[in-house]
Design a protein around this ligand. Structure first.
Ligand SMILES: O=P(O)(O)OC[C@H]1O[C@](O)(CO)[C@@H](O)[C@@H]1O
Length: 534
C-alpha cells in the first residue's frame, strides 16, 4: 500500500499503514485543536508549558516583520565590510540556520562546540570582516557564552575599536543576554518567547543568521505559509498528520537526504524528534544516516525516511530501496511539516513534546565538575594513541566487541565524539562501519552538540542505549576569557558530566581517550574495520 498526501508543494509518501493512528488523531480532533493552539492536547501535566510554546504554528506570519529589519541590517553590515557570518549557538539556536545555509549553499560558520581547536580555527579567520551572531533563547548557555567571550577578546586583541558592531544578539525578551548585548552596544534582535528552541526554525533564531549570511528568508516564509494554507485542519489528507502517525509507529527513525536539493535536514529533525519525544522511558530515536544507501537506513523497528526537495520523485527512490516514508517539498514547508508531525506523534506516544527534562542533568554535572575539578581516572589500558576506560578487555578491538555485544536486538549504539567536527570529521565514519556490523541502529553525535539533541533521548528515552564516548587531547588549549576554565577544560567537564549521567543510570559505557587525535582516529577506524572483518 502506498499513500501520498500533498499540500502546498510538499508530499509525504509512505508504505506504512498508519490508518489506526490517523483515526485516533482525527477522532479526537487533534489537527483542529492543534491549529487552534489547544495547550491541553498532551495531557494536564504538559498544558502549562504548551500554553507558552505553541507560537510556532503560525510564526511564519509574525516573522514577516523581520524581513525589512534584516535586509537593512545586512546592507549596513556589508557596507561596513562585515561579510563573514559566524553563528554561536547550540541546538535549536543553530541547527535550522545551518540546514538553511547548507541547502542554499550560502557560507555560514556555525560554532556549536567547545573544542579548542575548532574555536581557535574560526577565531583565526578574518576578524575584521566577521560578524558574530550570538543566539541563545535562555541567554545562559555555557557554550554560546564562552564563544561570545572568546570573540570579544579576539576583536579587542586585534585592535578593533567598536567591538559591539561585530555582534548581533538573538535572544528572548528579558534574558540576561539581552542586557549584555545592549551593554556591549551590539545589535539586539528579540525572538518570539512563545516558541521553544527546537521549534524556532522560522523565528529570529533560524532567520537572523540565515538572512545575514545572504539567504532570501521571504522564500522560506512563503513556503511555510503555502503549506499551512493548504492543510485545512478538518481534512484527513494532511501530510503532517500522516508523517506524525508513521513517526509514532516505530522505535527509531533513520533519516537521509535523497540527494534532490535539501541538505542536512536530518541534523535539525534529529533534535526536534529526540528532545521532543525521548522522555519518560519512551520516544522515537532519530538516526541521521549519510545517504540513501548507507547502513542503518533500513532495519527491524526502523522507520526509513528520505528527505528531498520538490524536484525529486515523490516515491523517494527505486522500489528496491524505497523508504518507509519520503518527505519531499521546499525547506520552509519541511520545517513546519516536521514540527506538526512531532507534535502529533507526541500526542500518540503520550509525552510532553515541549519540555526536555533530562538535559539539565548533564549541564549540572558539568557545572559541578568545573567547580570541583575532574575526577582522576586510570585507564584500564592504553594501546597506541588510545587510552581505554570502562572495559575488561585488553585491546581496543576486544573492548569494542565487549561493548557492542551488549547492544540488545531492540537497542542501539550511540557514538559520542567530543572532538573537532571539522578537523576530526573522519571520526564520524565509525557510525556506518558499526551500523553495518551490528544491524541495529547506530547514532553518531559530536559533543557537546548532541547534548542538546539526542542527549535528551539517551538519558530520558527508552533505556536501551549502549554508549561509546570518544574524547581527545588538544594540540593547544584556549582560554575562556574571564572564566577560570579553558575550552579544553569545559569540553572535558562536559564529557565527564555526561559519563556521570549515563553511569548513574547503569548504561553500558566505553570511554576512549585519544592522546593524539589523528593517530587515535586512524587507530579507531582500523579497529572498527577489524571488528567488521572478525
Ligand atoms: O537557545 P538556548 O537557550 O541557548 O538553548 C540551546 C539549546 O539548549 C536546549 O535548551 C537544551 O538542550 C535546547 O532545547 C536548545 O535548543
Amino acid at each position: 500500500m502506498i499513500r501520498m498526501d500533498t499540500a502546498g508543494g510538499l508530499a509525504v509518501t509512505t508504505t506504512v499503514d498508519a490508518s489506526a493512528a490517523l483515526q485516533t488523531l482525527t477522532s479526537a480532533e487533534v489537527p483542529a485543536k492543534l491549529a487552534a493552539a489547544d495547550a491541553g492536547l498532551w495531557g494536564p501535566d504538559a498544558a502549562e508549558e504548551a500554553a507558552i510554546r505553541l507560537g510556532w504554528i503560525d510564526t511564519f506570519t509574525r516573522s514577516r516583520s523581520l524581513v525589512s529589519t534584516l535586509d537593512e541590517l545586512r546592507t549596513r553590515l556589508r557596507g561596513e565590510g562585515l561579510t563573514r557570518v559566524v553563528l554561536a549557538g547550540m541546538g535549536g539556536s543553530s541547527l535550522a540556520p545551518e540546514v538553511i545555509c547548507r541547502t542554499l549553499d550560502v557560507p555560514l560558520t556555525v560554532l556549536d562546540t567547545t573544542d579548542p581547536g575548532q574555536v581557535s580555527a574560526a577565531l583565526a579567520e578574518d576578524l575584521a570582516a566577521t560578524v558574530v551572531v550570538v543566539s541563545s533563547k535562555s541567554g545562559g548557555t555555557v557554550e554560546t557564552e564562552s564563544i561570545r567571550r572568546a570573540y570579544a577578546q579576539a576583536f579587542t586583541d586585534a585592535g578593533i575599536k567598536d567591538v559591539g558592531k561585530h555582534f548581533v544578539v538573538v535572544t528572548d525578551p528579558g534574558s540576561p543576554l539581552e542586557q549584555l548585548g545592549k551593554a556591549m552596544n551590539a545589535t539586539v534582535i528579540l525572538a518570539d518567547p512563545n516558541v521553544g528552541g527546537r521549534y524556532s526554525a522560522l523565528t529570529a533564531f533560524g532567520l537572523v543568521p540565515a538572512a545575514l549570511a545572504g539567504v532570501n528568508i521571504t522564500d522560506l516564509l512563503d513556503e511555510a505559509a503555502a503549506f499551512a494554507a493548504s492543510i485545512p485542519a478538518e481534512q484527513p489528507d494532511n501530510p503532517a498528520l500522516l508523517l506524525g502517525a508513521v513517526l509514532a509507529s516505530r522505535d527509531t527513525i533513520a533519516i537521509a537526504d535523497d540527494g534532490s536539493g535539501i541538505v542536512g535536514l536530518g541534523d535539525w529533525a534529529e533534535q526536534l524528534i529526540a528532545e521532543s519525544t525521548g522522555k519518560d522511558g519512551k520516544g522515537v530515536l532519530p538516526v541521521v544516516v549519510e545517504s540513501p544507501v548507507a547502513p542503518g537506513l533500513h532495519g527491524p523497528g526502523v522507520l526509513s525516511s528520505l528527505v528531498g526537495g520538490s524536484k525529486s520523485s515523490a516515491s523517494g527512490g527505486s522500489q528496491l530501496n524505497a523508504p518507509d516514508v519520503a518527505v519531499n517539498g521546499p525547506l520552509g514547508a519541511q520545517f513546519l511539516c516536521w514540527e506538526l508531525a512531532t507534535a502529533y506523534a507526541g500526542r500518540l506516544i503520550g509525552i510532553d513534546p515541549f519540555n526536555q527534562p533530562n538535559v539539565t542533568e548533564s549541564k549540572n554535572n558539568t557545572k559541578a565538575i568545573l567547580e570541583s575539578g575532574l575526577d582522576t581516572e586510570t585507564p584500564d589500558f592504553t594501546e597506541g594513541a588510545i587510552a581505554v576506560y570502562g572495559t575488561n578487555a585488553s585491546t581496543v578491538v576486544d573492548a569494542l566487541i565487549e561493548l557492542t555485544g551488549q547492544v540488545r536486538s531492540d537497542g542501539y549504539l550511540a557514538i559520542m565524539a567530543y572532538l573537532d567536527r571539522e578537523a576530526d570529521s573522519a571520526t564520524a565514519e565509525t557510525r556506518a562501519l558499526l551500523a553495518e556490523l551490528l544491524q541495529t541502529p547506530v547514532t553518531f553525535g559530536w559533543g557537546p552538540r548532541f547534548l542538546h539533541s539526542t542527549g535528551q533521548f539517551h538519558k530520558g528515552g527508552r533505556p536501551t542505549g549502549v554508549f561509546l564516548q570518544i574524547t581527545g587531547d588538544s594540540a593547544a588549549d584556549l582560554e575562556v576569557p574571564g572564566r577560570d576554565y579553558t575550552f579544553g577544560g569545559l569540553q572535558a567537564a562536559q564529557a565527564a558530566g555526561d559519563r556521570r549521567a549515563l553511569r548513574d543510570r547503569q548504561r553500558p559505557l566505553l570511554h576512549l581517550h585519544l592522546s593524539d587525535r589523528d593517530a587515535g582516529v586512524a587507530q579507531l577506524l582500523a579497529a572498527a574495520k577489524e571488528l567488521g572483518e572478525s
